[in-house]
Design a protein around this ligand. Structure first.
Ligand code: HEM
Ligand code: HEM
Length: 187
């Protein structure tokens, strides 16, 4: 079932911003956590990274479900066909990365011969991905996928933010305000 609207729903807006903040924090945290000392402290931070990462995975799956059952507001009428294509492609790629990055992280730790458990916020045990062989080669493969997808996310975020700012300050349309309703609305 599909719901037509000229605005993003509060659920879509909330999920967008919670996931955006978490992913940006995870990208920065992921980059610096590998250099942390001592090792025991590093272990705690890795558990925190995995915990927030699994939260992103679950929220992104919920968001995908929401997105598939709700039609987003139409783009401004003045946009060129290539701009619409870039916008749509970017959004689809974001969904791939929002789910793909934490999935690759989960697969990486599941394939690790070190076999370290994941405890979400030290309380909820999170299982390894079922049936996955624990080999160094597979762990290294998913580590590369995790890393390259994270790099792709940084590129996409820069593009996405630049487009949002261009809509707001150059085109002066309502694309940014419908994702940040507290900004003054423009027609
Ligand atoms: C939004 C979700 C996530 C983002 C944006 C993210 C991002 C990153 C980044 C940027 C790194 C550093 C990569 C490098 O320099 O090699 C990293 C490392 C890591 N991530 Fe994630 N991550 C996410 C979710 C997860 C999840 C769900 C898990 C596991 C359940 C996980 C496990 C790891 C581990 C174990 C490392 C360290 C790899 C190593 O150097 O040995 N991540 N992550
Ligand atoms: C990790 C960070 C981010 C991710 C993964 C992300 C992802 C997305 C996705 C998937 C959509 C499409 C919504 C849908 O139809 O489902 C979207 C829309 C949007 N995002 Fe982001 N976003 C991020 C950060 C940001 C930031 C920092 C800004 C502000 C500058 C922003 C501004 C917008 C706006 C204005 C829209 C609406 C675009 C439209 O109506 O076509 N996003 N975002």
């Amino acid at each position: 079932m599909s719901t037509q609207s000229t605005q993003y729903t509060n659920v879509a807006i909330t999920l967008h911003w919670v996931i955006a903040v978490l992913i940006i924090a995870q990208l920065i945290g992921g980059e610096i956590m590998g250099q942390l000392q001592p090792i025991s402290f590093r272990f705690e931070i890795y558990q925190l990274h995995k915990s927030f990462g699994i939260i992103v995975l679950l929220l992104s799956l919920a968001r995908l479900g929401w997105r598939l059952t709700h039609t987003p507001p139409p783009l401004p009428s003045g946009m060129e066909p290539w701009e619409r294509l870039v916008s749509k492609t970017t959004h689809i790629l974001f969904y791939v990365l929002m789910i793909g990055i934490p999935m690759a992280g989960w697969l990486m730790v599941s394939a690790s011969p070190m076999n370290i458990d994941t405890m979400i916020f030290k309380i909820i045990p999170w299982p390894h991905f079922p049936g996955i062989p624990q080999t160094e080669a597979l762990e290294a493969f998913f580590k590369d996928v995790h890393n390259y997808m994270a790099i792709a996310a940084v590129v996409l975020i820069v593009l996405h933010v630049a487009a949002a700012l261009k809509h707001h300050f150059v085109n002066r349309d309502a694309v940014l305000t419908r994702m940040i309703p507290s900004l003054k609305k423009r027609s």
